[in-house]
Design a binder for this molecule. Sequence first.
Ligand SMILES: O=P(O)(O)OC[C@H]1O[C@@H](O)[C@H](O)[C@@H](O)[C@@H]1O
Length: 205
Amino acid sequence: MDLLHSSGVELVQYLQVNYREAQSWFTFISFAADLRNTFFVFFPIWFHLCEAVGVKLLWVAVIGDWLNLIFKWFLFGERPYWWVHETQFYANSSLPLVQQFPITCETGPGSPSGHAMGSAGVWYVMVTALLTFGLQKKQPCFQRWCLHVLLWTMFWVIQACVCASRVFLAAHFPHQVFLGVISDVCFELHFILYVQKDTKYAGMF
Ligand SMILES: O=P(O)(O)OC[C@H]1O[C@@H](O)[C@H](O)[C@@H](O)[C@@H]1O
């Protein structure tokens, strides 16, 4: 685990040294990816545009945050900024210099990342909703393909920015943000394949 953590710290340092000028961008991304913005911004907008999507967003945010908490209780997970100061791994060498930012120090465990998990879930719902609205039956195949490529590229670019932001801020190790995105995509697929189709939950989502 120490090796995984130390290689994660190297990536944190690489980002902090080489992308220092992007600090405000990374801070903004972490601020924007906080689930509070789903409740205060995305939910009201989508509820106004399409009630069903608004309600789905709310469910995904609430269940996603709850799942993240449960995962964190089981997996726990260090956070890079604290780990470099507490580990014995660097006992015989100098401590790597990891910069702290105003939003670096989160109080909970680190694995998996709540920001990565939350933004994956929320953007998954919004992208699939935009696809449903954007795709009409008589549209040429090429246009449909372009819309798919455009929206899914946007989805993965946003996820990459959120992951890079959490690592840059030294709030997470790379494997924690990766786990956050992957676990939420699995949850979404399970939700779509099983929960949503189950008649027991008809009318809830
Ligand atoms: O695990 P991370 O990325 O530091 O995020 C933790 C926080 O992420 C936020 O999005 C949630 O609303 C919080 O409940 C949670 O504590």
